[in-house]
Ligand binder design. Structure first.
Ligand code: SF4
Length: 396
């Protein structure tokens, strides 16, 4: 995997003050990839040291009032040429900088205050279609013993739990909010394992309950709240789905967005859902662009065929009619299933980083669809699915 990284995050002393701003998490990521280091300000030829620069009114000004807009544009263009010579799907750039800042930059008052906006170089990379994130995203996704990665597995995908080196097991019935009477269906198990996979701390939930079994949205999302209480910041949701003909093929997929067609929302169940301060949750980029890009790159490196598409969550339990399949296709849906959407809403409400993976076991609406056929197809793809998840964990 190839990555673009701001040189100052790697420890290169290229900042305006002649210093660097190394990030341990970014350096760790860099060790696992081929890196294209860039410093657009150094590429501009501006002297070092110099006063700090900030953007104001579409210009870039040094703190002493010197207008360096053209120098910043030149440095960004030169750095873009370097990147084009060695293309990469992902860039990790220094937060807040007038060159490298992503989504938020210093506001031109030189007081440390921020405003919405992009650094001059960051904007160019975004226009190239590169996923651009700050070091803060890499740091927040970095797992540790205090912050293990939660992995919630769907129908037929529970075999991944066998990879865990266990430290402790938790019966789902000991999880707050999980229904006392719930029993696992075929292809599910109701015991979470806390431990590690390839030395990465994880909590694996090898099965789930569904709305179609009569449970509330608060109940089906109790495992997410449990993971959050254990300290998990990243959560990987894996689910079996049907592919919407015309938009997707059966096989492995990465979820890039969702449509909640279940008619339920855990955040509307005020009495049951605790720990959520603000139910008016921003669902933009609900599936982390950073984690999606890592997953795509891992798949490419490992030679795993994987598509990307929008997931529609329906109540179930019956499969879709032909008219419903046509409607979903018209809505831009690639995958349809009976889980995940409410869990993703809960995870985002708790500020967690979400990766959604699916195995489309058949075409939605196919007449030979059955719970058994879903289990059989999951078994056939077991090895590739495990490789993909392990590859993502390795990169975090
Ligand atoms: S933030 Fe970007 S431009 Fe500024 S020193 Fe770091 S790499 Fe260079």
């Amino acid at each position: 995997m190839r990555l673009i990284i701001s040189s100052c995050l790697l420890g290169v002393a290229c900042r305006y003050d002649g210093r660097s701003k190394p990030s341990a998490a970014v350096r760790d990521l860099a060790r696992k990839a081929e890196v294209v280091g860039v410093c657009p300000e150094a590429a501009s030829g501006l002297p070092v040291p110099r006063p700090p620069a900030e953007q104001r009114g579409g210009r870039v000004l040094l703190a002493d009032g010197t207008d360096v807009t053209e120098e910043f544009r030149l440095g960004a263009a030169r750095s873009l040429a370097k990147v084009r010579a060695r293309p990469a799907p992902l860039a990790v750039l220094k937060a807040k900088s007038p060159s490298c800042g992503v989504h938020h930059i210093y506001d031109g008052t030189y007081t440390g205050s921020l405003t919405e906006g992009e650094g001059v170089f960051a904007r160019l990379l975004e226009e190239e279609g590169i996923c651009v994130v700050s070091e803060e995203v890499v740091e927040s996704c970095k797992p540790s013993v205090e912050h293990p990665v939660a992995i919630v597995l769907g129908t037929g995908l529970g075999h991944l739990a066998k990879l865990v080196r266990p430290v402790r097991r938790v019966d789902y019935h000991d999880v707050e909010g999980f229904p006392e009477e719930a029993r696992p269906m075929a292809g599910h198990s109701f015991e979470a394992t806390i431990g590690s996979i390839d030395d990465v701390p994880v909590v694996v939930y090898p099965g789930r309950i569904h709305l179609y079994q009569g449970y509330s949205a608060a109940e089906v999302t109790s495992l997410v709240r449990h993971a959050h209480r254990l300290g998990c910041r990243d959560v990987i949701f894996a689910c079996a789905t049907g592919a919407i003909r015309g938009n997707a093929e059966p096989g492995l997929g990465i979820l890039c967005d969702q449509i909640n067609l279940t008619g339920r929302n855990p955040l509307a169940e005020w009495d049951e859902v605790r720990g959520v301060d603000n139910p008016f949750v921003d669902m933009t980029d609900a599936y982390s662009p950073y984690l999606r890009t890592l997953a795509r790159s891992v798949a490419e490196d490992e030679g795993i065929e994987v598509a990307e598409g929008v997931y529609a969550g329906v109540l179930g339990p019956c499969f879709e009619t032909e008219a419903e399949v046509r409607a979903l296709a018209g809505l831009g849906v690639s995958y349809v299933g009976m889980s995940t959407v409410n869990e993703v809403i809960m995870a985002r409400a708790l500020g967690m980083n979400v990766l959604g993976l699916t195995l489309a076991t058949n075409y939605s609406g196919a007449s030979d669809t059955s719970h058994q056929s879903v289990l059989e197809e999951s078994g056939r793809k077991e090895e590739e699915f495990q490789k993909l998840v392990r590859g993502v964990l390795r990169m975090l």
